[in-house]
Design a binder for this molecule. Structure first.
Ligand SMILES: Nc1ncnc2c1ncn2[C@@H]1O[C@H](COP(=O)(O)OP(=O)(O)OP(=O)(O)O)[C@@H](O)[C@H]1O
Length: 595
């Protein structure tokens, strides 16, 4: 039997915008529930709250008795393994083909042999009509196909709770009907609990056992299909008939308030066994005049559906009743939430950045380690950074040598030119130059790639499949940035020193012997180590900031662009500040040679 989801008093806001408040409903085991509502009323946010991806500020979501809202992230990852989720655009992983996408949850969470995985994957692909397309990557298939592949992935682990966001978007009417029938077959075969967010009226009338409707920040109505479809509530009636006239307007904010406040919209009378074929005369102008309850879909296999029997029993016993929000609640003005101060937001972002840094350190020691991802990312960061790093290193080393050479000659200390320029390159210029290039080239690309995955719901899809994005994505990227910084720092130091040598000896007429001997006289091994230590710390900062901004990108391509910009700027600022701290500490704690 499917899981139970009990939602009580749930309230969610983003900044000053209250999305919905005090939402309470129960998804009964094995039953199918459809959540309706005009665009922008927070249906997807509700779905994400149930998955534990969005944190409501008040209320509880008990999934088989465990509260998703207050549970630790590790508990949530465990709970989410019971879910099968289809996101609005499928949320397929862009780097994998359809077959690997569908196989992903099985490979991640089971030790099934590849032969068994193949059998299960092909069975689900057959179910959604995608056999023969399994070798294609998401960029090569249509929106509807992505949706069906996403459904195959959601079903491949035989989940006990299935959450589906707009299954009909991107599908033609015939495929939508087929999909509704498919969901009914899945429900009959597995008895999984389902929550389907949809705008499709036909699907809403014929598939679910229960319906709920969000409107003006409230769950205006929730209850059994038999009662929900027969009410003459103006909002529900208008929505179900697709009528342009009524309380629902073009936008959620502009929707005018219903003026008729006298009718409490009572539920339609329902007889035992359900009122199939019942006709109801509406008493509201503008609402449907006569409604006939459409038949619910049944399984074509001929097997009875356990949830249908239980649902009937709940109605007959009076346990399942229509909940209608009191009139004054629907008409209430949205609460004016306090404006979140810029300082508070900045502090929260800084706190999140530190939390991610700590999480990354902890997740580094968790198994399995994403070694392959690390190698790929390391190769990627080095390949985009090494050429610019070298090209910057030569003029940098030369400029330092030129400046110091001129200065030391002015004060009659030419013999220290080598030491001064080598120390400046190794300790200061090399780690900073290397990390600026890594942040500008590798970090920006990492941030953009994660941001794009975030806006395509791929990150949420990972979390829903019980995969920790910090362990799977952040750890390999951060370690790749560190390793690349150490490697390139060494190379940049060598190139910078050679550049300085060439300029000092050839252009400024210094002697090679004086240059080298001054270096060995004043420099010490710890000077080299501090350069590499800086590279490690700066690489860590570049990786963490890039991942943090990427994982928090929001609002489509512009949001990703903004995230990349912020990542580069924040990394630069942090680098110079941390460099100042390390240099000051080093000079205070490590006495110079000969001092
Ligand atoms: N991460 C977020 N940050 C800020 N606001 C958000 C965020 N996610 C959603 N919202 C806001 O919450 C509101 C509800 O969005 P949601 O996507 O849940 O609506 P919906 O009912 O699913 O709409 P549709 O049917 O058009 O998909 C919108 O105003 C949206 O701008």
């Amino acid at each position: 039997m499917g899981g139970t989801v009990e939602v009580t008093g749930l309230t969610k806001s983003y900044g000053r915008q209250n999305i919905w408040r005090d939402v309470s409903l129960t998804l009964e085991p094995g039953e199918i529930t459809a959540l309706l509502g005009p665009s922008g009323t927070g249906k997807s946010v509700f779905l994400k709250s149930v998955m534990g991806l969005v944190r409501p500020e008040a209320g509880r979501i008990l999934v088989d008795g465990v509260d998703m809202v207050s549970a630790k992230e590790s508990q949530r990852l465990e709970l989410r393994r019971r879910f099968g989720v289809l996101f609005q655009d499928g949320a397929l992983f862009g780097s994998m083909n359809v077959y690997d996408n569908v196989a992903f949850p099985l490979r991640q969470h089971t030790k099934l042999p590849e032969r068994e995985i193949r059998q299960r994957v092909l069975e689900k692909l057959d179910m959604v009509g995608l056999v023969g397309q399994e070798h294609k990557v998401p960029g090569e298939i249509s929106g509807g196909m992505k949706k069906r592949a996403g459904l195959a992935r959601a079903l491949v682990t035989d989940p006990s709770i299935i959450l589906i966001d707009e299954p009909d978007s991107g599908l033609d009417p015939v495929r939508t009907s087929n999909l509704a029938q498919l969901l009914m077959e899945v429900s009959t075969a597995t008895d999984a609990t389902m929550l389907v967010v949809t705008h499709n009226i036909e699907l809403a009338r014929t598939l679910p056992d229960n319906l709920g409707m969000l409107y003006r920040r409230e769950l205006v109505m929730f209850g059994p299909r038999e009662q929900f479809l027969l009410t003459d509530h103006p909002v529900v009636s208008q929505f179900m008939s697709g009528d342009p006239d009524g309380p629902i307007g073009m936008s959620e904010e502009a929707d005018h308030r219903r003026t008729d406040a006298t009718d409490p919209y009572p539920a339609a009378p329902v007889g035992p066994g359900g009122p199939t074929g019942t006709a109801l005369l509406s008493r509201h102008a503008g609402a449907r005049s006569i409604e006939v309850l459409p038949r619910q879909l049944v399984s074509r296999t001929g097997f009875p559906r356990a949830a249908t029997t239980r649902h009937r029993e709940r109605i007959d016993s009076g346990a399942a009743r229509l909940h209608v929000a009191p009139d004054d609640e629907v008409d209430r003005e949205p609460p004016l939430l306090p404006r979140s101060a810029a300082v508070t937001r900045a502090l929260r972002t800084t706190g999140d950045l530190f939390a991610l840094a700590l999480d990354t350190v902890r997740a580094t020691f968790r198994r399995p380690f994403a070694a392959r991802e690390l190698l790929e990312q390391f190769w990627f960061v080095v390949s985009v950074s090494w050429v610019p790093a070298m090209l910057v290193a030569i003029p940098f080393g030369a400029v330092i040598a030129l400046q110091l050479g001129t200065l030391t000659r002015q004060i009659g200390a030419q013999s220290f030119t080598g030491a001064a320029s080598v120390l400046a390159v190794v300790q200061q210029a090399a780690p900073i130059v290397t990390t600026l290039v890594i942040a500008g080239a590798g970090g920006a690309a990492i941030c953009a790639a994660l941001g794009a995955r975030r806006t395509r719901d791929e990150i949420d899809a990972l979390r829903v499949m019980g995969v920790d994005p910090v362990q799977h994505l952040v750890v390999p990227r951060v370690i790749a940035c560190i390793l690349a910084a150490v490697l390139l720092n060494g190379l940049v130091s060598v190139v910078g020193v050679i550049g300085g040598y060439v300029f000092n000896v050839i252009v400024q007429g210094g002697t090679p012997g004086a240059y080298l001997s001054s270096f060995t006289a004043l420099a010490q091994l710890s000077d080299l180590w501090v350069g590499e230590l800086k590279a490690v710390i700066f690489g860590f900062i570049a990786g963490i900031v890039a991942c943090h901004r990427g994982l928090n990108a929001a609002g489509g391509p512009k949001g990703v662009g903004d995230a990349v910009n912020q990542a580069v700027v924040v990394t630069f600022l942090l680098l110079f500040f941390v460099n100042f701290v390390i240099t000051t500490l080093y000079l205070q704690l490590v006495p110079g040679k000969g001092a």
